[in-house]
Design a protein around this ligand. Sequence first.
Ligand SMILES: [Zn+2]
Length: 321
Amino acid sequence: MNRSTWLASVGAVVSALSLPVMGQTVKVTPLGGIDGEFCPQDRALVFEDPNGTRILYDPGRTVAGASDPRLGKIDIILVSHMHGDHVGNAHNKAPNAGSCESPDTSVSALPNTSAVNIAVAKKSKIVTGSEMPPFFAAKLKANGGDPANSMLARFGGSVTVGGVRIATVTAMHSNGLDPDYIGGDLGKAMKEAGIAGDVGLATGYVLRFSNGLVTYLSGDTGITADQELVIRNHYNAKLTVMNIGDGFTTGPVEAAYVINELVKPASVIASHANEVGTVNGKVRAGSKTEAFIKAVKVPVHVPLSGKTMEFDGGGKCTTGC
Ligand SMILES: [Zn+2]
């Protein structure tokens, strides 16, 4: 065997084992309310694996529906839980509609959810945990989609889609299904009684991309012991997307504790500030985003809408931060 044949054989073995390829990056692009800013409603991030698989995390209200040109191909949609600002009960009229402080999210997505509308249009898989998959399967079916595209990844297990391993993890939050998604007499009666539908626990996610990058998406959560026991000790997440909004989830102080003492990733992307985080692309003085950055010991990256950041297998931002 000559040298080039030997190298080709090694290459074939490496690709057959799907070993992480050094130097490849995961691209993360925020689809927020206003280009170049971090705005109150911003949740949606698109992750692109080096192999081309594209994942939309929590479309929320800032993705302007399925026809938003920023989406492109979407292979997988992740929904951490069923609250309207994550699954999308309404959405932007168009990208950049309204202002950062008060976006024009006047387009209702009820009773479908924006996540389902996008999944039907893009033929995406929706991967969720807990008891959410049957809800999404029924919605896909009712809207001309394929119910088999709603896939389950329950706590402790994982599924691999498009070369990305997807696991769900606990989130200490609530997950009531607004009766507006149910509709009809049942929805009306539930609304009047003030009760929500039960679709199980809220979740976070751990993703393992083909370059070896392990990423923790916190979803809405409080501080949990699993952030150390499961997310750090077992999955060894190197990049974290951390919600900092306070009131509904960890605030900047609690989120900084999660990062510094529990998950200990190489870097973190702030998310879910529920206030104007930047002005002209710069972190606003006195903001929760600023407080979080000051309290965290590793690099904090601010998700500016439309600005793509690239991360290597170790969780280090190599471009765009
Ligand atoms: Zn929530």
